[in-house]
Design a protein around this ligand. Structure first.
Ligand SMILES: *[C@@H]1O[C@H](CO)[C@@H](O)[C@H](O)[C@H]1NC(C)=O
Length: 581
């Protein structure tokens, strides 16, 4: 039942709100304002979070209010809102009031000391505005530990809306066995001139995100693109023109001469160049998924630019999942039609691989990390019902939509359309210099694309793994577009060199050469982990490397597909203009 509810909540994302009275964000005089306690966790491990009340904090006197319904996106991000029990009313000042008391027995003492030692801090929400506070403080000499016991809220209002919240932690109490600790709070309401639309601005960090370095990186990629496009254009135009001239001169010679002539280069392999790549099933599934990811990435970034998604918890993840599910027909269409053109017959198997390739990868990673999260009792642990709803989403939405796409793709675009016929017998691939081998071209292919994005990667990593909100999606869109242009240029050059060495295995080579960008991104992520963060512990480490691997895999699929499509157009182009005898 809850499973069905989750799905329902998920699909009504754009239509209805799943939240109660907080939704309108307007309050009347002395109307109840809810303080939600979210999570607590070590400062350096942003993803290692636990429910706030997993520490032995006590609840205020107020009775439980209406239950909070979380969205799928929130559940997946480990949001765990619980009512604080504090009585807060709109525009009602409250002077320092005690709300609860705890007896520090040995067990609680140890838990609190552990939390203070590890720099735990917690997060709360008032009217969807996040508030962070620190649990305690380590005394001089690392021997005494203190807990902050007084929470002072300064809440700014503008008309009937809440526009600003500041929390000040005061009154240290030393953690000693057998003592009682009293918790107090205080609320001061202040008129503020911040407008409701701008109330999230104080969480953004323009000094960081709009730093000169960031602009410089865009400029850098842009110059790289101009340089590369120019280079590709020049090389190809000059070489191709020479090649064409040479080939047409050959045609004027008679057969005898031509047999003896020095024919070499890409034209020689016209009978093999459109031969299906090895493992056509896997290849078409990868390409289909890559097409889908391309559209998902552009749509999500576009929506993020328009919609300021960071103001709503979990909405980015929810929207991402929704768009991924809704674009599944693209996966089927491009994967299925490519497989049909390559003469594949096991199309049902191809469709299944296509549909479950990425969801399967994500779920497997999440599953293993979930094991560790469960062991740690972290709030990131995904509950069984959430898993079920994700699973049913895959089977009842993604799979049928992929099927529709596959059937359409096979019927509308399944006819082979390559400009040259494929010979019955494969031509042997001649010996060539070592640097023309695919295993050299593939890793080299990723260097320039990585060079064009690694500064942006720093900003994206920092906002995901540290306490910063990423909001400059315009930058991201630009960088993605520049990256794709670089990828296409690089793969075209790679494909040209390969074909010129009379090696016709260009499909996998251009896919992998572009996808190797992701390998460098993963290496960079490893560097980032060791030198830019202070994460520790099994949970955070596996979370980091697991999700970075997923991110890199998705990026690799995206780049690989764009690279393959680019070089496919190039190959089609050069072989359709040459006269094949
Ligand atoms: C919160 O703190 C900021 C910065 O110190 C200040 O400008 C703002 O007025 C404070 N808001 C309230 C409601 O006290």
């Amino acid at each position: 039942m809850r499973n069905a509810l989750h799905l329902l909540a998920f699909f009504s994302l754009f239509v209805l709100s799943t939240r109660g009275d907080e939704h309108t964000h307007t309050y009347t005089e002395l109307e109840e304002v809810v303080l939600w306690m979210n999570t607590v966790g070590p400062y350096h491990n942003r993803q290692e979070t636990y429910a706030y009340f997993s520490l032995p904090f006590c609840v205020g006197p107020k009775e439980e209010i209406s239950h909070y319904h979380e969205t799928l996106g929130e559940a997946l991000q480990g949001v765990e809102l619980e009512f604080s029990g504090l009585d807060i009313d709109f525009k009602g000042d409250i002077s320092k009031t005690e709300y609860c008391e705890i007896d520090l027995n040995e067990e609680r003492l140890h838990t609190f000391i552990y939390a203070v030692k590890n720099h735990y801090w917690y997060q709360m929400y008032i009217d969807d505005l996040p508030i962070w506070g620190i649990v305690g403080e380590i005394g001089e000499g690392q021997e005494n530990f203190y807990l902050w016991t007084h929470k002072k809220f300064d809440i700014g209002y503008n008309g009937n809306r809440i526009v600003d919240v500041n929390l000040t932690s005061e009154a240290k109490a030393e953690l000693k066995a057998g003592t009682k600790i009293k918790f107090t709070y205080e609320v001061n309401w202040k008129p503020s001139t911040v407008s409701f639309e701008d109330r999230f601005n104080k969480y953004l960090d323009p000094n960081f995100f709009q730093h000169r370095i960031h602009w410089f990186s865009i400029f850098n990629s842009f110059m790289m693109v101009i340089f590369l496009v120019g280079l590709v254009f020049m090389i190809l135009m000059r070489t191709l023109r020479k090649d064409y001239a040479r080939y047409s001169k050959d045609e004027e010679m008679d057969d005898m001469e031509r047999d003896l002539g020095d024919e070499y280069g890409w034209k020689q392999i016209h009978g093999d160049v459109f031969r299906s790549p090895a493992h056509p099933l896997l290849f078409s599934a990868l390409i289909g998924t890559g097409h889908q990811l391309f559209v998902v990435a552009l749509l999500v970034i576009g929506l993020a630019i328009v919609g300021e998604l960071y103001t709503e918890r979990g909405s980015m993840v929810s929207i991402g999942i929704f768009i991924y599910a809704a674009t599944s027909p693209l996966n089927g269409y491009f994967g299925g039609s490519l497989y049909a053109r390559m003469g594949g017959r096991r199309w049902i198997r191809q469709m299944l691989v296509s549909a479950f390739l990425l969801p399967g990868l994500v779920c497997t990673t999440a599953f293993f990390i979930n094991f560790i999260a469960l062991y740690y009792h972290a709030s990131r642990a995904i509950s069984f019902t959430i898993m079920l709803s994700v699973l049913s989403l895959c089977t009842f939405v993604i799979l049928p939509l992929t099927l529709v796409g596959t059937v359409l793709g096979r019927n509308l675009a399944g006819q082979p359309n390559s400009p040259c016929r494929v010979n019955a017998v494969p031509r042997p691939i001649p010996e060539k210099k070592w640097f023309m081998e695919p295993w050299v071209i593939v890793p080299l292919g990723g260097v320039l694309p990585f060079g064009s994005i690694f500064i942006e990667m720093y900003f994206i990593f920092t906002s995901f793994w540290a306490y910063k909100i990423y909001y400059v999606y315009g930058f991201m869109l630009l960088v993605v577009l520049l990256l794709l242009v670089v990828v296409v240029c690089v793969t075209i050059v790679a494909a040209y060199f390969l074909l010129n060495a009379e090696d016709y295995r260009w499909q996998w080579t251009s896919f992998l050469a572009a996808a190797s960008t992701a390998g460098y991104v993963y290496l960079y992520a490893t560097y980032y982990f060791f030198f830019k963060t202070k994460m520790y512990g099994l949970f955070q480490t596996s979370f980091y490397f697991g999700y970075m691997a997923l991110f890199s895999a998705a990026l690799g699929l995206l780049c690989g597909t764009v690279g393959y499509v680019g070089s496919k157009h190039f190959v089609n182009r050069i072989y359709s203009t040459v006269k094949i005898d």
